[in-house]
Design a protein around this ligand. Sequence first.
Ligand SMILES: *Cc1c(COP(=O)(O)O)cnc(C)c1O
Length: 224
Amino acid sequence: MGIVDTISKITRLLPKEVALVAVSKTKPESAILEAYEGGQRIFGENKVQDLVRKYESLPKDIRWHFIGHLQTNKVKYIAPFISLIHAVDSMKLLMTIDKEAAKNNRTIDCLLQFYIAKEDSKFGLSYDEAVDMLQSKDFLSLKNVRIVGVMGMASFSDDSNLVRSEFSELRAIFNKLKSQFFDHKAYFKEISMGMSQDYLLALEEGTTMIRLGTSIFGYRDYTV
Ligand SMILES: *Cc1c(COP(=O)(O)O)cnc(C)c1O
């Protein structure tokens, strides 16, 4: 099946509050354009250099999401145009995003990344770390970033009970943060979870944003 048919087949399964992020990392501009012409507008990338190149050459109404680990010294390259940063995992990164957003006269939406997988992962906050962050003086002084929800990656596993429990944990974290820090803040509404191999479980567990690469564009070849 082609890219456009695959996207429309997946989109038809989604409740209207669930967004599809087409993860185009490592894929050429031509593949992105094909999806774009079929109506897809949100694309996810995880390398700053690739993202900037694609942003410059592709239609300007694409909403670009940064889905990977972001180094503070690279924030400035994407700050002028990025639509959502999925994986904020430190106060230092958040403060840098705030500063670069201010220079560009904009507010940048971000998700806090949580560590939910029962496997080694270098990135993501614990619930307590997030609470410390959200209560800190530094956080209260930020003016050009907006935390619109949470993001997480489940274990890379065939054990659907495990994956389901991790997604359910992320949703519980979202609910607690919502009531403690973002009550009545309508913009705090996103739970970014679910990739090609586990998005059906994520849908059952209340995702609002699925990030699909392989199932749309096929396997990635990292050797080219
Ligand atoms: C690569 C990537 C995806 C997409 O993975 P697929 O398995 O190809 O769907 C989703 N989220 C993040 C954070 C990624 O790095």
